[in-house]
Design a protein around this ligand. Sequence first.
Ligand code: 9Z3
Length: 313
Amino acid sequence: MDHSEDLNWKIFFEENSKPSHFDENVKLIFEVCQQAAIKKHRVALVTSGGTTVPLEQNTVRFIDNFSAGTRGSASAEYFLEAGYQVIFLHRSKSLEPYSRHLVGRSIFDMIEILPENIIIGQKHQVELRTLTEKYQQYKCNLLMISFNSLSDYLWLLQATTQKMQILGPLALLYLAAAVSDFYIPASQMPCHKIQSSGGPLSLSLQLVPKMLAPLVTLWAPNAFIVSFKLETNETLLESKSKESLEKYHHHVVIGNLLHSRKVYVILVDRSSSPPEEIRLSDSELESGVEIESKIVENLKERHTKYYANHKTG
Ligand code: 9Z3
């Protein structure tokens, strides 16, 4: 089947309206792409965090998933350090590059009060200086755009990848957000808060159209595209990752398991069989190495080859 002929994705956009601030955000995204295209800079779109599925139009309740945005926010830092301009499309209030290192700690415990002013306490100074220096060095190469719902995410994904077309093979898409497979179409969603006086609640969710199909063939046909496949059953990881690559014909599927995702991934592409693996050793883990540093290093190399092949035809 030619997946660009599967037009359910078009119906999705007809039935679900654009998120707020959409046009402003798309303008910012376009400006980044335009500047990078002129300078021939590589741009990575990093998607991160979970998508919500609202149950009501005036949303009080929604379905969510586990993703904290660790993979996306850590990877964004490594892409920046690898010389990429980064568009970080993330779930609002999920982890963000650089500030993620401070999450779960209180600023009050880091500050020391002196008679005339306040300072960062001695034991936090080195860490905060390094982090702040990095943030200041890279912030001009980082555009952060946030979403909440599945529909907001898909609208922004479509627009961003379309705008990235002007970058041709300089664009890399790194689709790490945990995207819901099920949703309630706007037309089937009650307007107001569902009342418990109506008794127990049964939900019927529809399948979300597979957006990778139009993304690969129509929205960003020249970009280097990396998607993630999440499984919980180890015996399915390789076959499901391969299936995804065969179905959408993009470049790399990174397979990961829910419980080992921070230490082990497989990289499935068209040529290597069995797939390449990245596994952190115990000593790497202890010394604070993050698997995303190795994933990004690996992908940068693949992207370089892709770009070189593209140029030579
Ligand atoms: C991933 O598999 C990511 O690696 C994680 C990262 C969501 C597991 P955290 O944010 O977790 O660091 O806590 N993302 C893709 C998940 C996804 O929705 N994949 C779809 C699928 O598996 C295909 S595009 O069907």
